[in-house]
Design a protein around this ligand. Sequence first.
Ligand code: HEM
Length: 525
Amino acid sequence: MEKSGNPATPASIAFQAESPTILDRWLAIWKRIRRLPRQLAGMNPFDGDCRPSRVPLFKWGRSAWPFPHPWNYHQPIEILEAYFYGADTESGPGRHNRYLEVPGFAPILVTRDPGIIRAIASETGDLAGQFDRDSMPSTGIARATGKDTLLFSNGAFWKLQRKLAASPFGKTALFQDEVFREFAATLRNAVIHRLQVLHDYLADTGQTVARVQLEPEIKPIMLELLTSNFLGAKITYEELRQRYVPAMESVIAHIVRDTVLNRLDVSFVKLPAFTSTMARLKADYDWFDELTNRVLTARREQAGLWKLFKSDAPDDDLRSNLKVFLAGALEATTSFATWAISHLARNQAAQEAVCQEVRDIHDYTPDKLQSAKYLSAVLEETLRLTPALYFLPRRASVDTWVETADGRRMFIPDGTHVLLDVWHANRHEDHWGVNTSGYPANEFVPERWARIAAQGRASKDVLHFGFGHGPRVCPGKHLGQLEVALVVGAFVQLFKFKAVHQENPARAGVSTKPADGTLVELELR
Ligand code: HEM
């Protein structure tokens, strides 16, 4: 499908998001009518040797219905699971590919087949006929941050923003030796300084062991690394911890509710505050605005790594993207770091192996980071077993055939909502189990990665999609990896820690996190 927009337009004009034309709206209605006879006849709209099997709308025994509604939207992992209810007894392609279809609506395809996930992610982009990112699961984010963002947009408009907004996060910008050294040193100082407070608390009180929930400690550190260290804003840690993190938590929780419950597409910010709860939430939105403005002030002063950001786009055109970066990065990096610590807290041998490796590292140069092989394996394994983003949403923009690397094919009809179910793909025995990686798929075993490497399997064939894949791969990957490696490395250097509960269930919203808030018993090293 051809998409409108002109990549050569000057930045300030091109930053106006495309809205659907009357023709687009009529076309959508026509497509609905056209598929109705087939839907009423109950015919499978997919085809090929990976043809998905149909999931009934209602079925006894499932832990959730296969679509979000006001009573189950806080259980998104169970909603995905509902698609695969009974699938493990199937041997055909329906074992990992399922669809739901309600007459009058576009089909929903859920796949936990890594081959299909990779094929669809590779074919997502601005070219004619490629998949879009499905904007339906991010409508709440778009209402909160604005629609003109890298996350929400598609087609030429997305491509242009990707070029303008993603460059400073790229490996080449960040990993230039001088930039990297300076940045890594600032980050490490910040991390050590914050963790030292916990360390001193233990030392001062004379306690040998303290029970601490780490998520509230890690969140402000992650936000500080991005706003103050990376983006150069002059914001104190106390302001971040006491004002901005709570405000962002409240806005992010509202975004999740708003995505499911707000059927009228009315932005909350534009409504008057009818109740005291609404007034408080509005105040939180104002704090989020204020934080964004302070980061934009740093841009005018060319502080932090803004100097790598070569763009003449006015501040107002960057505001929405910046909000997505702030909220998205806070969620994703906190998720990644808390999961890594949470797994190590349940695996003392792995914790000691990381400690041995990082004990003498005091400056994280690109080389040293590369040579910390066990820490890298811990981080890979964390993203595999407990990815921050548990599914990747896509939408077929035309009737499409996709093909896996091993030659299997699937026909996906125009308009299909596709959920690339990374969470369940990554923990399925068929893909990551004893036969393929040497260890059970649902266990945290960093040694798996050395085993895979010893089998001579190329990393491009062993994908966990923790940072996505293809043209829409995470632009903050290198920054995020660096931040999380520093936080986890420094944490292990300072403390021994043990989980309070052995079970490690997830809670999921915008991202996944350990359900216990990463509750550990800490001991000084
Ligand atoms: C370290 C933890 C992080 C993880 C695990 C993570 C994960 C991901 C994943 C899986 C995607 C792909 C989504 C898709 O394909 O639909 C993505 C996209 C994105 N990430 Fe990250 N991310 C992290 C950190 C960051 C940071 C630090 C930033 C920015 C400061 C960032 C900004 C973005 C943006 C803007 C997109 C959308 C890109 C596009 O659509 O072109 N992420 N991230």
